[in-house]
Design a protein around this ligand. Sequence first.
Ligand code: ADP
Length: 586
Amino acid sequence: MRSLFSLSKYVKNARKNLAIIAFFSIFYAITNSVWPQFIRWIINNAPAHFVNKTSQQNIIFILIFTLAMVTLGLLLSLFDALSWWYSSRTNALIQTDLNKKIYAKLQSLSISYFENNLSGSLQQKLYGGVAAFQDWMMSMSQNLIEPGAIIVISTVLIFINSREVGTLLLVSILIFILSFLRTNKKSDPLYTLVNKNTEQINGRISESFSSFTTIRTMSAENIFKKSIYKLVDSLQRNNYDLSDLWGKSIGRRSLLNRTVLFSSLGIMLFKLSKGRTNVADIVLIVIYLEQVQSNLLYFSRFFTSTINNENRAKRLLEFINTEPDFKDTDNAQSLRLLDNYELIDVSFDYPDGKKGAVSQIDISIPKGKTIALVGPSGVGKSTIIKLLLRFYPPTRGELRINGHNAEEYTQNSIRQHIGVVMQDVALFNDTILKNLQAASPKTTRSKIIAAAKQAHAHEFIKELPQGYDTLVGNRGIKLSGGQKQRIAIARAILKNPQLIILDEATSALDSESEKLVQEGLQGLLKNRSALIIAHRLSTIQHADEIIVLQRGKIVERGTHQELINKQKGVYKKLFELQSYSGKITL
Ligand code: ADP
């Protein structure tokens, strides 16, 4: 239960609310133990009382008795409702506080966490953990405190009445607990497997959603289906094993309960035959026994669900306790202006992957200048961007901003001065307006339209059925590549950053879209520093410096003219190849 207890510290007043729920539950249990005493009293006294009484006296007696029972019933319902009401409110509180905690944590984690975890599995882990904690808190009042109190009170009252039945009951409770603990131990690894299976299934399903076009175009439906079916089948097997285990255990415990109940009846009958008890006491004991036994089942249900809940809570707690791999330094300040950005002798190894993704990189992006990165795929261009965006710290070397080590500034404030337009633009599943507003939440509609015009996006947006209020679909699926690109440019214009990064922003476009996007980019790049990655060399000819990369290292650098003049130069060769294939018209 350690993880579940630990989670309670993230929910405001969770422990105080639990104490209040316990208070109501215990009062319920005490009140509940009173009514069998009424029954006993009535069996013992009513027959004698009715003898030689007028019918009026009898009616008054019956009315008083009924009124006392109804009052008891009212009290029971009141305590029951109060404990349920408080549990339910606590449930809502848990959902709010844990969701806030989870989202704040998500925002603080480093990019590597998201690169290494499937989003569907992660969601299952997080929301499974919240549901587990809610279930545990609810179960605590309904299956632990209330039944626990009823068991203790009823057992004591049985003992007072018949030591023989009380002893038999205590022994049976002991056997019940031992049998239950044995099954618990066996079920723990199975619950771990079931939770893991469920997370994997959710991960695969959400992956299938996000890449459904790729799956269809690759005709890979069957491969995906098979891998999900395999997981689902394994989940079923593990759930069947759990059913077998708990089915047998419940059967054993039920048999034990019945045996104790009927043997107790035998003991009481024997005592009756010896004149050591009466019918009222037999009825009383049977009612209390019934109460103990049915509540024992609730009680055990609490522990059964707790194992699974603890298992799920542990996974959520692991997430909450995850520390970002890369944090701001303690005295990091907010960056006000980004004039010059430099990488000095920078090398980078991915934490769990590629060593030497880039090595000994020296790049300077002075204020207002355009630097281009060129090289085939896999040479480290995107890695350099991730370093500039402070998603990762360099393994060796240093990043400098305006001559100072980049560590002196918070990661978030550095990113505020950088606008990025990627090849694969991800839009939020919302309206175009909301997507544009994300860059600058306080901006006005007229400024948004002005930015869209500058990005050459306004023309197509106003043609859409609901204009700026058109929903773009999941990741912007209802828009073409070029349209998404122009939205991304408008977004960057609204953000008004000092440095623009273009990561193959136009490489996936047809020439008509490319022309429009290029025109949009002119507006964006005006008076700003830029780092451009482009496959089509025609788009970077005017860059102030072109840097050519091979296998993570810089192999050439200079202006277009300087590089083109180099005999046997890598850039020259690339340029000639593209001119030859018609991608560049000289
Ligand atoms: P480019 O942008 O030039 O295509 P990248 O910077 O994406 O190249 O990749 C450089 C190298 O680092 C490649 O070998 C790639 O496989 C590897 N790499 C990229 N991202 C990761 C990652 N998240 N984890 C591990 N290795 C990675």
